[in-house]
Design a protein around this ligand. Structure first.
Ligand code: G3I
Length: 396
């Protein structure tokens, strides 16, 4: 019995090695003395990532940001530098500089890159939205502009992107109007939902080797199972239809923007959602994890009785998402949306009431309880419940 277990463990190790040395994955061997998240995750064949703020990465007064971005993570995502308004601020003139810098940084540190994002209704260049608004860009031209954008961007980064977020946040939320879930935003309004399938096909044509993801928030777990109000169900149905039509979608990115003021989920609920997507033949990934808290007057005044439960609740939520990802072998990567409260989108975005404390390091780069929870998950999990990832092959 024991021998059989050792043989099984050996097979797992060989499989892990195969996963880790395949060309699609960045290569650094497991180092038993290295306690970084990226190294600990290697044992599971899992990539651990962060969104990167290029300004912080290049700030000579803030060297710790660069050090930790390199040492703790095996995949990086541009927080803003690959968005359309950043890449093509003036029509026809691409500014590749900052995005290229990140790709170079990733290569220097044996990291893979998640490309974010090809089609989204936010952070579009003004020339595009104004042109559509004033009628100087027709519907036919808009479709052509989208095709060319996807083709140009994917071609530019060809061979250097592991996973592309091809379409981002295409589905409404129950709190939108109308409350029945629907395809929302600029692209659905102007081109109809058919743009989603088109986008995947155009991306695949430009890079046959990148994994192509649909990425969204509020899809961590199923709710009522009624696609009229359960966003996870709506996205599941969408993915199933895309697969049935032969659209080259390879994965579902679950962003994982949580807040400690909400009910959130337990690990089993999240595993179930990941399994359902895997059942469609899709990979999954957590792509933008952070867990924000309300910054009450007590929190801002340093009252530990208010701070500690928030730190603890945030850690528990990070823990649930990572445990679920570890448990589902098609969950390829776990990316946090910024790793330090010094550089997080949350305080600038949620101001009434103020929110923050959303990341795994505090503003002075001290690891928080959430960091320790992720580390513990990576250290103390293994067979039989946690096995190495199953690599995903790009769908033709
Ligand atoms: O570039 C301008 C700069 O010139 C100006 O001085 C500054 C002043 O406010 O604003 C800068 O633009 C900001 C941009 O980030 C770059 O820093 C925008 O105001 C700000 O709105 C923008 O926020 C980004 C947000 O997406 C916009 O939608 C956040 O950094 C970014 O973290 C966030 O990321 C999104 C994901 O892409 C998709 N999922 C949700 C996630 C969180 O909203």
């Amino acid at each position: 019995m024991k021998l059989r277990r050792w043989i099984a463990a050996g097979a797992v190790a060989v499989a892990t090695a195969a996963v880790l040395t395949s060309p699609a994955t960045a290569g650094r061997p497991y180092d038993p003395t290295d306690q970084s998240l990226r190294n600990l995750a290697l044992r599971h064949g899992l990539a651990v990532g962060t969104a990167v703020d290029l300004a912080a990465l290049n700030d000579p007064a803030d060297p710790r940001y660069r050090e930790l971005a390199a040492s703790e993570f095996s995949t990086v995502t541009a927080e803003n530098a690959m968005k359309w308004e950043s890449l093509e601020p003036t029509r026809g003139t691409y500014n590749w500089g900052p995005a290229d810098e990140l790709v170079t940084f990733a290569r220097q540190h044996d990291q893979r890159v998640r490309g974010h994002v090809l089609v989204w209704h936010n952070q579009l260049p003004a020339w595009l939205t104004n042109g559509v608004a004033d009628g100087s860009i027709s519907t036919a031209e808009l479709r052509d502009i989208l095709r060319r954008h996807i083709t140009n961007v994917v071609t530019h980064f060809k061979g250097r992107i592991w996973q592309w977020d091809v379409v981002n946040e295409a589905v409404s939320d129950p709190w939108d109007t109308p409350s029945t879930l629907h395809y929302k935003g600029f692209w659905a309004e102007h081109l109809g939902p058919g743009y989603i399938a088109d986008a995947f096909r155009w991306a695949r044509a430009a890079d046959p080797h990148a994994l192509l993801f649909y990425n969204d928030y509020n899809i961590e777990a199923f709710g009522s199972r009624d696609p009229a109000n359960d966003k996870t169900q709506f996205v599941y149905d969408m993915a199933k239809q895309l697969r049935a039509k032969g659209v080259p979608i390879d994965g579902i990115g679950s962003q994982g923007h949580l807040g400690t003021q909400y009910g959130n989920f337990d690990t089993f609920q999240v595993v179930e959602a990941l399994r359902k997507f895997a059942g469609l033949g899709l990979a999954t990934a957590f792509t933008e994890v952070d867990v924000r808290s309300q910054l009450t007057e007590g929190v801002q005044a340093g009252n530990e009785a208010e701070i500690n439960p928030r730190l603890q609740a945030a850690a528990a939520n990070f823990d649930v998402l990572l445990q679920a990802c570890l448990a589902e072998r098609h969950c390829l990567s776990f990316t946090v949306w910024g790793f330090t409260d010094k550089h997080s989108w949350v305080p600038g975005w949620f101001t009434d009431p103020p929110e923050g404390m959303a990341t795994i390091y505090d503003e002075n780069y001290q690891p928080k309880r959430a960091y320790q929870a992720l580390k513990a998950d990576l250290i103390y999990s293994g067979p039989p419940y946690v096995l190495p990832r199953i690599p995903q092959r790009p769908r033709r």
